[in-house]
Design a protein around this ligand. Structure first.
Ligand code: PSU
Ligand code: MN
Length: 302
């Protein structure tokens, strides 16, 4: 039995050196509500195809990691109650022949095994607030330290400890590059108030950085921080107010560990009457578009 399965479309694209972008499934299964999640999964793929880039949505179905889903697979990640699968869950799901939606960590890892070099998501996981006592830090960070893939994200959500997340990425030697900005974004907000050291202005420069890191790095990935355009961001005042309420609700509900992010996201969508969801979709589309251009530049520098 093969340990993972490439879709025909992805296999053909990789073989002929065409641009491919990986897409994660946890954002679809746990990060976005039904039924908007299915529409989003289809739309993200369409944005890429319209650019001549092959989408590779990644998920584990009946134990087998799938690199590229057919229509049925996309429906499954949107409509079934799947486990949230990080890297360490992959072998267990395989043994149990169960399905899982892959996080940034698991998607990056599987994409890289398949030879995919560019990945679009919404927000990166990071260091949770209070991690100095809980040790709750996403495996997204440690995985990117050992996985040669470029992840386009809108920074990390303000529900995390953004400053500690940037410190950890520095410790792990993962480059964080602002897309045409040195201000690190905060997911729904276009600015976090935190500066990063570097920005790049063109996707060809990003592809050059990837090539250089292949030659001079030790197999780590690259984070591209792509802020949502200011006119599309969530109103900062409403954002701050609702985040506070969401934390209280999570506390009251006794939510811990990996359930925290899905709980907060769901609560925030409800409490903001869909405004946070609209912003989430806009920033994800924005990331998919940029990832598509980076994948094309990557093919050109090869
Ligand atoms: N950020 C979002 N939406 C998400 C996630 C992060 O805005 O759905 C998901 C991603 O799949 C990410 C995961 O990899 O949450 C991180 O979870 P944890 O902190 O449990 O590692
Ligand atoms: Mn965690």
């Amino acid at each position: 039995m093969k340990s993972f399965q490439l879709s025909k479309e992805v296999e053909a694209a990789l073989k002929s050196g065409k641009p491919v972008v990986a897409l994660e499934s946890t954002i679809i299964s746990h990060g976005l509500p039904r039924p908007q999640n299915l529409a989003a999964a289809i739309e993200f793929e369409e944005i890429l195809r319209a650019k001549g880039v092959t989408p590779a949505t990644i998920a584990i179905l009946d134990g087998v990691p799938q690199i590229g889903l057919d229509d049925e697979g996309v429906k499954r990640i949107a409509n079934e109650d799947l486990a949230k699968a990080s890297v360490r869950d992959i072998p267990i799901l395989a043994a149990r022949k169960e399905s899982g939606a892959t996080t940034v960590a698991a998607t990056a890892h599987l994409a890289s095994l398949a030879g995919i070099r560019v990945f679009a998501t919404g927000g990166l996981g990071g260091v949770h607030r209070g991690a100095n006592t809980t040790f709750d830090e996403s495996a997204d960070l440690s995985t990117l330290a050992v996985t040669p893939i470029t992840v386009v994200c809108a920074g990390v959500k303000s529900v995390l400890d953004i400053s500690a997340t940037l410190e950890r990425l520095e410790s792990l030697s993962v480059p964080v590059i602002g897309w045409q900005t040195k201000e690190f974004p905060a997911f729904w907000l276009n600015k976090s108030g935190l500066q990063i050291d570097w920005s790049l202005e063109t996707t060809d420069q990003i592809a050059e950085a990837m090539r250089s890191q292949d030659a001079l790095g030790h197999g780590q990935g690259i984070v591209i921080a792509n802020p949502i355009p200011e006119e599309l961001q969530w109103d900062p005042e409403e954002h701050n107010r609702i985040i506070q309420i969401a934390f209280k609700a999570a506390d009251a509900a006794g939510v811990h560990g990996k359930a925290v992010t899905p709980f907060l996201l769901g609560f925030i969508v409800e409490e903001s009457k869909g405004r946070s969801l609209a912003v989430n979709l806009d920033l994800a589309r924005n990331n998919v578009r940029l990832a598509g251009e980076i994948a094309k530049s990557w093919v050109r520098v090869q």
